[in-house]
Design a protein around this ligand. Sequence first.
Ligand code: ZN
Length: 340
Amino acid sequence: MRTTFNIQVPGYASTLMPRLGPFLTPVAGAPSGCTGTSARVTGPIRATGLRSLQIGGMHLDLPLYRLPSAAVNAVLQESEALIPDVGSLEALLTRPCGWQWWSAVQDIASQPSRAGGVPTGPLQQTAQWQPGETYVTMNRDWITVTLAFDVHTTHMAGTHDTVIGVDVGQTPLAVALGDQFRSVLPGLPPLPAMPLGVPEAAMRLAQVAVYGAARQQWENLFALMLPRASLIAVEQLDFRGLQARFQQQCHDHGINDATLAWLPQLAREAGVQIARVEPAGTSRLCPICVRPGDRQGAILHCATHGALDAHDVAAHWIRRLGELQQLNKWQAKCTARRSR
Ligand SMILES: [Zn+2]
C-alpha cells in the first residue's frame, strides 16, 4: 500500500521557499494533511545519510531517523547513504541507552564513513520510497516535507474488539489500557551527562540513539495493540513546550512521530479507528467512584478507594473519552440524517 510520512523542517519558511521554488510545482490540496500551500517536488531529490534531504541543489536539514524503520531503510537504499558503521549504529538503536552508551556513541562517530551502506537485520523491511511523490507544504512558520512509500505489509489477523486508551508521559513513556489489555512502556533510563565540546557527529548519533530507543518501545506497543484494538484513544498532545534538554527533546520527537505520524498510518492500514481526546484532568478522577482524588506524583489517592496508579487512571479516562467521542460523532450523524 501507499503510505506517506510528514517531517517538519524547523523554521525559516520564508528564506527556504524562494530557493526551493524552481524545483516545485504547485498542487491543489496538501498531501501532508497540514494547512498551507503545497507543491510537488519536480527537481532531483536524494537523501544524504540520516541527516538531510537534497532537493534540487539545496540541502534541507531533516532528521531522517524520525521515519519508521521501513521508511528510513527505503530512503537510505535510494540514496547510497553514507553511514559510519551501520551494524553498531543498529545495535545502539535497538538497545536502551544506559551506562557505556555515551562512549559507544563516540566510538561509532569517530569511525570513517562508508559509502553505500544499507542497514540489515532489524532495520531491514520492505518499503520503496517514491521520490517522485515528495511534496513540500509551506505554513506561515514551518515547512512540512511529505515522503511517499510503497510498503509491503503482511496483515496480522486480529480480533479488533477492544477499545484501548493510551496515556503518554516520560517515565513511563506510555500506559495502554483496554478490557483484558494492559501494556506499559518503561521509558528511557537517565543518560550520563554530555561532555562539553562534543563532536557534531557524535551529537547526531546520540540523537539517533535516544530517539531509536524510544522508537523501539513504541513499535513494540503498536505491534501488541493494533491486532486487538477497534478504537485507540490517545491524548491530543501539545508540543509547544518542547523542552531544550537533549534527552527530553529526542524523547518528545519520538512521542510526536509515534502518535501523530505512524500510529494513524498503521491504524488505517489495520482498520483501527483513532480518537484524539483532551487529557486535562484525566489522572485526577477516581475511575471507581468518579470523585476527584489527591494526585501525588505517580499516585492518585482516593478517599474511598485508596492509592491508584495515576497513569492507569489517565489511560482509563482517555479510553472513556474516546468512546464518548465516537458516540457523539455517531449521534450527530444520526440527528443530521433524521432532520433531512
Ligand atoms: Zn474512589
